[in-house]
Design a protein around this ligand. Structure first.
Ligand code: CAA
Length: 427
């Protein structure tokens, strides 16, 4: 007989690149009023990747922290799924590199999911379903969202770039948030709002059209979710949205407020005051990091859980996930008890605290060198020790080479993937 299984997220960890640029610095270089970026788009800074960082290193760092801080038994992980739209290889998934770098058991499924910024939500749903099928056994999966949001230099999308990774432990012991079981509220439409052809390192976007597609998908999934769940607007303590730039979450909230006012036929409390309570507390980290594509919604979730009010336990959160192309989903989660036991382990503020702000020429140089790492022959012998983190050293013989430092404690990276790193670990 099937045993009742609650399922959801047992632990989360965040990783962001070591460098960032203030959007005011970018605005000055573009001759644009900084208020357009600060107020019009709602951002403050955006993450900048170094040549030794890529979607694999960010995913491995987030997963390493997850394993160490949430006391994960590596032998219990039976699935690693990475949601990303900046995959590093057309065949080998990021999940496979991460599996090796953090030293998981061979009895483990590894694969990536891709649908623009929706990829991690698809991965979470898949992993949760797999945990439930375990029928009471201790199945655990690691789901990671990792992405580098990169647009053309000087384009309208440039101030909405960013990078980072969120790792989540999915299981039937959902200490952090439990998924609520309701009928699916999903929406798909074949649209060209944002895409990235294989031959490009930067995204293409039809900016205004992408906003319309996002809001249309929000309306469809919100209506479907309320219809199938019987829940009402006031049942949500917080409403979280995919955050391509923070002002988009503001637009999304306002759209739901309008829909709700029309549904009720009476005046609602002012939208701005409700936004300040229901959505703004989830955005502080996104304001600092920029877009992480598949991880943006989960960075908002991590930020809210880490710094939301103490009474958040038991609260219902509504989550809207949007991936251009497009596929969207609205679902809800219930925050677990005993937040003091897990909120300090998520590590958002800690990840942001150690960052170095760069000037405009350094930003341009770093992105140029970073994009140059994609081709064969970019490999360079490391001149520095690993400093305790995983580093991308470049491509040699069509193989990506990573260096990982091994420490005796639990917070370790087990191996690296190349003979070039023989001194640092075994492959
Ligand atoms: N002071 C204050 N605000 C100002 C200002 C100033 N001096 N100048 C302009 N603004 C405001 C504008 O009024 C506008 O606000 P509203 O949208 O509320 O009217 C805002 O700043 C942006 O100005 P523009 O519309 O003129 O900006 P733009 O055309 O240069 O580009 C953008 C905006 C289309 C969002 C562009 O940044 C872009 O293409 N971004 C990437 C695409 C994207 O993020 N799409 C989101 C939906 S798709 C998705 O979610 C998937 C994903 O992750 C990409």
């Amino acid at each position: 007989m099937e045993r009742e299984c609650r399922f959801g997220i047992e632990g989360m960890s965040v990783h962001v690149p070591r460098h960032c640029i203030d959007l005011g610095t970018l605005a000055a270089a573009r001759g644009i009023d900084p208020a357009k970026y600060y107020e019009g788009l709602g951002g403050r800074r955006m993450a900048v990747v170094s040549p030794d960082e890529d979607p694999v290193t960010m995913a491995a760092e987030a997963a390493r922290r997850l394993v160490a801080r949430h006391d994960v038994d590596r032998s219990e992980i039976g699935m690693v799924v990475v949601g990303s739209e900046t995959g590093v290889d057309a065949a080998k998934p990021i999940a496979s590199y991460v599996h090796g770098l953090i030293g998981l058991s061979p009895q483990c499924r590894t694969f990536d999911t891709q649908h623009a910024c929706y990829g991690a939500t698809a991965a979470l749903q898949l992993a949760a379903g797999w945990c439930i099928q375990g029928n009471g056994s201790r199945r655990k999966a690691i789901v990671i969202a990792t992405d580098i949001a990169r647009y053309e230099v000087g384009s309208a999308g440039e101030p909405t770039q960013g990078a980072g990774a969120i790792a989540m432990l999915v299981s039937c012991e959902p200490r952090v948030v439990a998924f609520d079981r309701h009928d699916e509220a999903v929406f798909t439409q074949d649209v060209m709002d944002f895409w990235r052809p294989h031959y490009r390192s930067t995204a293409m976007v039809d900016g205004r059209h992408s906003l319309d597609c996002y809001l249309r998908a929000l309306e469809h999934t919100w209506d479907a979710y309320l219809g199938s769940s019987g829940l009402r607007f006031e049942d949500f303590r917080h409403l979280l949205f995919h955050v391509p730039f923070p002002k988009m979450a503001h637009k999304a909230f306002h759209r739901l407020h309008e829909l709700e006012a029309a549904r009720r036929g009476v005046a609602m409390p002012p939208a701005e005051a409700m936004f300040d309570t229901l959505t703004r507390p989830s955005l502080w980290a996104n304001v600092e990091v920029g877009n992480i594509y598949s991880g943006s919604l989960y960075l908002a979730l991590a930020g809210l859980l880490e710094q939301g009010d103490a009474a958040i336990e038991g609260a219902r959160l509504g989550l809207f996930s949007y991936g251009s192309g497009c596929c969207a989903e609205f679902y809800s989660v219930l925050v677990g008890p005993d937040a003091t036991a897990w909120r300090g382990r998520i590590g958002v503020a800690e990840a942001l605290a150690g960052r170095v702000e760069v000037d405009y020429p350094t930003y341009v140089e770093m992105r140029t060198r970073s994009e140059g790492m994609a081709g064969d022959g970019s490999f360079r012998e490391p001149v520095h020790p690993g400093n305790g983190r995983v580093r991308f050293l470049g491509v040699r013989d069509h193989r990506r080479v990573y260096q990982a430092h091994i420490s005796p404690g639990g917070d370790q990276l087990r191996s690296c993937t190349s003979r070039a790193c023989a001194g640092a670990g075994s492959g």
